[in-house]
Ligand binder design. Sequence first.
Ligand SMILES: *Cc1c(COP(=O)(O)O)cnc(C)c1O
Length: 227
Amino acid sequence: MVVQENLHKVQRQIEEACAVCGREPGEVTLIAVSKTKPVDMLLDAYEGGARHFGENKVQEMVSKIPQMPKDISWHMIGHLQTNKVRQVVGRACLIHSVDSLRLAREIEKESERQNLVTSILLEVNVAREESKYGFFLEEVEEALHSIREFPHVKVKGLMTIAPFVSNAEENRAVFRKLYQFYVDMKTKNIDNKDMTILSMGMTGDFTVAVEEGATMVRVGTGIFGTR
Ligand SMILES: *Cc1c(COP(=O)(O)O)cnc(C)c1O
């Protein structure tokens, strides 16, 4: 049961990172990123205790959901095209990858149609990488103000994909910067947001992200192996 061993190792590493910085492990939600992996591997992780799964492709998520137990929370973590929004709203408990106002508006429209409120995170391109999606930090506050007008969308926090680095320490400053901004946004009184989630950290750098304040980490390779 290599998946379960990996999962438990990641959980221990999260606990250790929490101990280092005086946080409670219960403050950090582990999302098992199962993209490209077959359902039997997801079931192994489920039996090992995983209840949050992350997928980056709409079609793949939609096809896996009916094959898995019902008490799973599904997270959409990949870049989302507006024409796929219809399939995600009502299925994903949280869309991490909202990278434009246009996408937020589409989520609003579809959520209204389905008569529900969709929780989202704004994706932030902290390191300003050209290859990455997301708002620049200085664009986030204005986006929050605009999304205020969307009654069927609730901004729950921020997400980032840190640069690909060989040493996780190189991303510490990125995580710290987003944490500080997140705390800053928390204190602002903007309707229609409730900043309680900071989604950052992947296989290579999640312990550093936890030390810097992540409340959700997204770990794929570290649980399911290389893709
Ligand atoms: C694939 C992916 C992950 C997980 O990456 P690993 O390095 O395999 O842990 C996390 N976040 C996003 C947005 C991803 O697309």
